[in-house]
Design a protein around this ligand. Structure first.
Ligand SMILES: [Zn+2]
Length: 125
């Protein structure tokens, strides 16, 4: 659902801008969910503190597809409960985040820009 800051791309603003043409992003001033997160996808809308590179944008679009197929509210419930269970297991919020099934799917496939065209529904189950 969010994008960790340690994955911030090192590309210049100019490069990012040329890569982000046509992206539908709502730019926000404050980081969502604390400073280590860059972007968040809520109900199909992508909010971000800066333009995203193509992989970052793809990551959020994968979350948009997950949310849509779970009809939104169940996605957020599942996401939150899974994070909490993983947090109990690992005692580490960031580690829990990276082990959420929705994040695993999004991180695994974010560099494949054609992924959403061939993705099967409920791929994370
Ligand atoms: Zn994510």
């Amino acid at each position: 659902m969010y994008y960790a800051q340690k994955f911030l791309s090192l590309q210049s603003d100019y490069d990012i801008r040329s890569m982000t043409k046509g992206q539908k992003i709502i730019l926000i001033k404050r980081h969502p969910m604390g400073s280590s997160y860059l972007a968040i996808c809520l109900f199909g809308f992508i909010f971000s503190v800066r333009p995203l590179d193509s992989s970052e944008y793809n990551h959020e679009r994968i979350h948009a597809a997950q949310q849509k197929e779970l009809l939104y509210l169940p996605f957020f419930l599942w996401y939150g409960i899974e994070w909490f269970v993983l947090y109990i297991k690992y005692r580490d919020g960031k580690k829990a985040y990276f082990h959420i099934r929705f994040e695993k799917e999004a991180y695994r496939h974010q560099d494949d820009l054609d992924y959403l065209k061939k993705r099967k529904h409920f791929h994370y189950v």
